[in-house]
Design a protein around this ligand. Structure first.
Ligand code: B12
Length: 806
């Protein structure tokens, strides 16, 4: 059964079903009622919908289990609903009058919570939740697992891993994209395809969110990147409200025409999402007619990916930053021993700023718990940088922990020709995906000739094949030896590099620094060696991007080989050189350059470095800097910068959240210091403060609170997302003469207007001041606020005026 399912899927065209919710509503599902409850209460209606899809030509229907998840229901409830759902689909299959093969999928949707660091859910808890429903579905006899409408890469990963670990069924994975071609948390088609294929998805694609026209370009990007079948399940256009009902603006014929036009380009699995009905599937089948998609194309590209970036190896030379590796680095070793992750994060940001495209992460040093530390480093690094990571460890336990924690397709450093090492590493690559760095050494050591190293490379390839690891996912490292110890060392490494490239077709990688070990002016030698390796086709160099001479070699190579149009990148680099030589933007201690704490604080907030922000704020305060000045001059500009990046879609929610946390960490220090100073100044006038309903931005409001307290007001801070009634209750209880409201989004200003109106009506003694980035003096007047404050100092002045009765 499974084989024929997969065969049919690969062959295509393979038709899925269409929307479910709209049809259930037509059958009487009430607003607010859970669709999945109908499996138990209205099985006949659920069965009828499945049957209609089979009869319209669907090869596969998805059970009515989209909303079933242990985050919403107890496990026994999940089990009852899934069992009933599968029964409905099975009954429909038995009764349907249809000519094609008919399959049943367990439909799995998002669990409704965000994963860390975006939300409260731990990755392994997410895996456990999905595992429960997969196990139940598999035991009920479904033919495959369909993960759909996933809008976060980490959650998709958790669900796919759970499916692969808990059943042997095929898994189809479908993500929901925004109009910008990205997932809510910043994933792109290329980064998703790399990650999902690495984890063994049997088909990948897109559903929901947009109509067929808007989804088509995203599907084309999937088709260009994927080596497995691609699926598409769009909405019937955009939902619109008409006479209290939701209607969609793309009819069956138009829908079918757009989707069917993608079949000659390789689309082979297709159906509909919100707003589509069996009529759409019938029209789609008709529009496709006899068209057969070309065979699935196996991509030869070597790709690694982070949450939102896919890096192709083998086209342009790629720079892998080597600085997070304690070998020969005393300061980093100490940081790792002390658990000082802030230092590691700083190194990452500094390398990214100087042009690293991948970061090597090696935390192996005596006396540390390497598996725990590598996992922690991977988790924390992903929160502050979107560069793909190279996981660098010789400990398979640490490697597996890091691979589970990594939200993408990692570079894996390393395997070698020793049987024992291959036996430990290859199963991990097969399970989690990744691009392997394979060292050309074995039990006998490092061969002295290029041919000897090629022989090991071929043995590694043969062994990898047994695990189904694609050749494109293996890069060879021909091992840089120190030329001071052996004058032939560099030549053999370079010859081996060229030979292996030519004979195996695989990419290559080299850690270049070692060549100059023990010699003076190391980068002079190193940069020439790097240039020679690049000329022989090196795909990626593990090197120090903070070294101008080394970076200069890479940039010059790109320019000299015609990869830099009009020498633009070279000219930009040359222009920045004097500034870079003057100020190294590395971790202050790491590069031996002292930034002022305040400037460092601005950078730490902009980059989302929480501990660093707290430490620098403390240091600046110790140096006598004024807390409010730090807020005004450093923290707010940093947040503004991040906000602009977010608006321009250069920055995504995870980074925005990390910056907010870093700002809060700095702010906590400022507040603690201010609390010490404010003692004895209390005059105690009560002020009620709140961020209005629907709005969770509270950094600005917290600053207002701090300053008001400094000026002796007794502030009752109701927090964020506060309903108008709760504000009124506090104002009445305290008989507060002043209330301050904060709102940062255009969408929450109406809630502010509502709160002002309620206070004026029911607590007429209270004067209301308002503030927040989106407000203006004029708007404050319009909503009848008593005062508008552009910043925290203005809030104090207003509160004083109101208290004096002015
Ligand atoms: C940090 C931040 C977040 C953090 C908030 C963390 C927290 N605990 O506050 C997180 C990541 C959680 C977040 C989430 C979201 N955010 Co946001 N966020 C920001 C960001 C970058 C900075 C805000 C900030 O803290 N500024 C610094 C403080 C000090 O400034 P302030 O609040 O204006 O306060 C000062 C004055 O206004 C005044 N003041 C403030 N309150 C009051 C009150 C009174 C009484 C007075 C007198 C004065 C006063 O004094 C303060 C000190 O000087 C802004 C961009 C920006 N530059 O504003 C976007 C921004 C506000 N966010 C935005 C959006 C869209 C969102 C999300 C919807 C994103 C999403 N897709 O999920 C969610 C919203 C969730 C929700 N329901 O509220 C948009 C809003 C667009 C709009 N015009 O409506 C912005 C403008 C970004 C953008 N350019 O797109 N965000």
């Amino acid at each position: 059964m499974n084989m024929s399912f997969l065969e049919l899927l690969k062959k295509g065209p393979f038709f899925l079903d269409g929307g479910f919710g709209t049809l259930l509503q037509q059958a009487g599902l009430k607003p607010g009622e859970a669709p999945e409850s109908w499996n138990l209460t209205h099985p006949d209606q659920v069965t009828a919908i499945h049957r209609a899809y089979y009869e319209a030509g669907s090869h596969m229907v998805a059970c009515n289990t989209f909303g079933v998840h242990p985050e919403r229901y107890g496990v026994s409830e999940c089990e009852a609903m899934i069992r009933a759902a599968v029964r409905c689909a099975e009954k429909a299959r038995k009764e349907a009058d249809a000519g094609q093969e008919m399959f049943i999928a367990l439909d799995v949707g998002p669990c409704g919570k965000l994963l860390r660091p975006l939300g409260p859910l731990e990755f392994e808890d997410a895996v456990r939740g999905f595992a429960e429903i997969v196990r139940i579905g598999a035991a009920c006899g479904v033919d495959c697992i369909f993960l759909e409408t996933m809008n976060d890469g980490a959650e998709t990963r958790a669900a796919l891993l759970a499916a692969k670990e808990n059943c042997g069924l095929p898994v189809l994975v479908s993500n929901a994209y925004g109009a910008d071609g990205k997932l809510m948390t910043g994933g792109t088609p290329e980064s998703l395809v790399a990650m999902l294929e690495g984890l063994g998805a049997d088909a990948v694609g897109v559903n929901c969110s947009l109509g067929p026209d808007a989804l088509a370009p995203i599907v084309k990007r999937y088709l260009a990147a994927a080596s497995v079948p691609v699926l598409m399940k769009p909405n019937a256009g955009l939902p619109q409200e008409k006479d209290g009902k939701t209607v969609f603006n793309v009819g069956p014929r138009e829908f079918a025409g757009t989707v069917a036009a993608l079949v000659p380009e390789g689309l082979r699995v297709m159906g509909g999402c919100c707003g589509t009905t069996p009529e759409y599937i019938r029209a789609l089948k008709e529009a496709v007619g006899d068209t057969v998609p070309p065979p699935v194309r196996i991509s030869g590209r070597t790709v690694i990916a982070s949450r939102g970036q896919a890096v192709v190896l083998g086209k342009d030379p790629v720079v892998i930053g080597e600085r997070i590796n304690p070998t020969g680095k005393k300061r980093l070793r100490k940081a790792l021993e002390d658990g000082d992750m802030a230092y590691v994060l700083n190194e990452a940001i500094a390398q990214e700023e100087r042009g690293a495209e991948v970061l090597d992460v090696n935390v192996g040093t005596p006396g540390v718990d390497e598996p725990a530390l590598l996992k922690q480093a991977v988790q924390e690094l992903q929160a502050v940088t979107d560069l793909p990571l190279q996981l660098d460890t010789a400990d398979p336990v640490a490697m597996e922990r890091a691979l589970r924690a990594y939200n993408g397709k990692a570079m894996i450093n390393s395997v070698n020709g020793k049987q024992e090492v291959m036996d430990a590493v290859f199963p991990l690559v097969r399970k989690y995906g990744g691009v392997l760095v394979a060292l050309t050494l074995d039990e006998e050591g490092i061969p002295a000739t290029a041919e000897g190293r090629l022989a090991i490379a071929e043995r590694i390839l043969k062994e990898a094949e047994k695990y189904g690891i694609a050749r494109r996912d293996i890069l060879f490292d021909t091992l840089t030896m120190t030329v001071s110890a052996d004058s032939a060392a560099a030549r053999v490494t370079l010859d081996a590099l060229k030979l292996i490239r030519e004979k195996t077709g695989c990419g290559t990688v080299l850690g270049v620094s070692n060549v100059s070990f023990g010699l003076p002016a190391r980068e002079v030698l190193g940069s020439v060696f790097l240039a020679m390796a690049l000329e022989r086709g090196l795909s990626a160099a593990i090197m120090n991007p903070l070294n101008d001479r080394m970076m200069g070699a890479v940039i010059s190579f790109r320019t000299l080989t015609g990869r830099d149009e009009n020498c633009g990148a070279y000219i930009r680099y040359a222009g920045e050189l004097p500034a870079m030589q003057a100020v190294t933007p590395s971790a202050p201690a790491a590069a031996g350059v002292k930034e002022t704490e305040a400037k460092g604080l601005r950078r730490a907030v902009a980059k989302g470095l929480c501990r660093e922000a707290g430490r620098l704020a403390r240091a600046a305060l110790d140096n006598g800097q004024d807390g409010m000045e730090l807020v005004r001059e450093e923290i707010i500009p940093a947040l503004d910068e991040v906000g602009q990046g977010f608006e321009a879609k250069r920055i995504f929610l995870p980074q925005l959240m990390m910056s907010a946390e870093a700002a809060e960490a700095a702010f906590r220090e400022i507040k603690a210091r201010a609390a010490g100073q404010a003692e004895g100044q209390q005059h105690g006038t009560p002020v009620v403060l709140a961020t209005v309903k629907g709005d969770i931005h509270d950094i600005g409001k917290n600053i207002v609170r701090l300053l008001l307290e400094n000026y002796g007001f007794a502030v009752t801070d109701l927090g964020k997302d506060v309903p108008p009634e709760a504000v009124l209750e506090a104002v009445v209880r305290l008989h507060a003469p002043v209330c301050g409201l904060s709102a940062l989004m255009t969408t929450t200003v109406p809630a502010m207007a509502e709160t002002v109106a309620l206070l004026h009506e029911q607590a007429p003694w209270c004067r209301v001041m308002v503030g927040g980035a989106v407000l203006t003096e004029e708007y404050a007047r319009e909503i009848h606020a008593d005062g508008y404050g552009k910043d925290a100092m203005a809030a104090v002045r207003l509160a004083e005026q109101f208290t004096r009765g002015e």
